[in-house]
Design a binder for this molecule. Structure first.
Ligand code: PEP
Ligand code: MN
Length: 337
């Protein structure tokens, strides 16, 4: 349920409304907007009398929220969420470029790629240390050592790092990571979602390969219900009957999620297509459709990459793509003026 307050509500009346709701076990999320302040009520609101609340002097409107996701719902929080990471941010009109190798392979590799992508305009470094591979015989990532190499690359470039957490037991190793990625395969690992909800680092949740928008938003809700509101959504392609591309990129998710949620939206054209030549056009499509950023795999030697070489861009190609993306993003802003 949401309670929209009149502007400049009487303080005493507001405090008494809040404590009355809290006594009933309701958790209140306050969203202060330019025009209105909204109280988002979470808990068993079926016991509350809507008419009684609506009749209060300080209340403009009361609405029930039908969707099962509350914290992630735009009705609860009309303004876009901006996630701050180091000296950069995700959302709020900027274009975040997360770039780096699928897997961290060595210190030299990740540092060299980090320097290159930074010079091309990337604002964050991605790289997997713990890798969810379809085959147990494939390279599984360097694990804790990979995290150390990522930190060296961060130190050398200043780029914040985003990397995947696969299992609860790894969480203590992620203390010094900037953004925790929950991979597509773990989107509904509810214990993992609860655990990252109980810490304060930003969490990027990749869409499960067959997840609906609502299921995806419920995963965000798990994290937010634990108190962590720094959630980012990442579309990485879904499974369809088409087998030419690795997955099918769902760009419709951008306007749909904009309507349903206030959380920032990142598009990953690398995993969505599996083909490096498709990254450029789909990344451009994502920017034109209003994405807050992109996640792009970049490798110094894609032909010999230990993971996802065919979809990785060489640094010089990323450089051209990044320039086009930033130009298009600037142009899109002029259309909004
Ligand atoms: C990745 O980003 O490295 C990754 C494994 O992605 P996904 O979970 O989308 O497959
Ligand atoms: Mn990959």
């Amino acid at each position: 349920m949401i309670v929209v307050l009149k502007s400049n509500p009487n303080r005493e009346q507001l405090e008494s409304l809040i404590s009355w709701l809290q006594e009933k076990g309701i958790i209140i999320h306050t969203s202060i907007g330019e025009a209105h302040t909204i109280l988002g009520l979470v808990g068993d609101t079926s016991q509350l009398d809507i008419d009684l609340i609506a009749a209060l002097d300080i209340v403009e409107d009361v609405k029930r929220v039908q969707e099962p996701y509350k914290n992630a719902n735009r009705k609860f929080h009309p303004e876009d969420t901006v996630v701050k990471v180091g000296n950069t941010q995700i959302g709020g009109g900027s274009l975040t470029l997360m770039a780096g190798p699928c897997s961290v392979e060595s210190e030299e590799q990740v540092v060299a790629i980090a320097k290159a992508v930074k010079a091309s305009g990337a604002t964050m470094l991605r790289g997997g240390a713990f890798k969810p591979r379809t085959s147990p015989y494939s390279f599984q990532g360097l694990g804790a050592t990979g995290l150390e190499y990522l930190k060296v690359a961060r130190q050398e470039t200043g780029l914040p790092i985003v990397t995947e957490l696969m299992d609860l037991s790894q969480l203590p190793l992620f203390k010094d990571v900037d953004v925790i990625q929950i991979g597509a395969r773990n989107m509904q690992n509810f214990d993992l979602l609860k655990a990252v909800g109980h810490q304060d680092k930003p969490v990027m949740i990749k869409r499960g390969m067959s997840a609906t928008y609502e299921e995806w938003l419920m995963s965000a809700e798990y994290v937010m219900a634990g108190g962590n509101e720094n959630v980012i959504l990442c579309e990485r392609g879904i499974r369809t009957f088409e087998s030419y591309t690795r997955n099918t990129l769902d760009l419709a998710c951008i306007p749909v999620l904009r309507k349903l949620t206030h959380l920032p939206i990142i598009i990953d054209p690398s995993h969505a297509t599996g083909k490096s030549w498709l990254v450029d056009p789909l990344a451009m499509g994502a920017v034109a459709t209003g994405a807050d950023g992109l996640l792009i795999e970049v490798h110094n030697d894609p032909a010999h990459a230990l993971c996802d070489g065919p979809q990785s861009l060489k640094p010089e190609v990323f450089d051209q793509v990044a320039k086009k993306l930033l130009k298009l993003h600037d142009f899109m802003k002029t259309l909004e003026e």
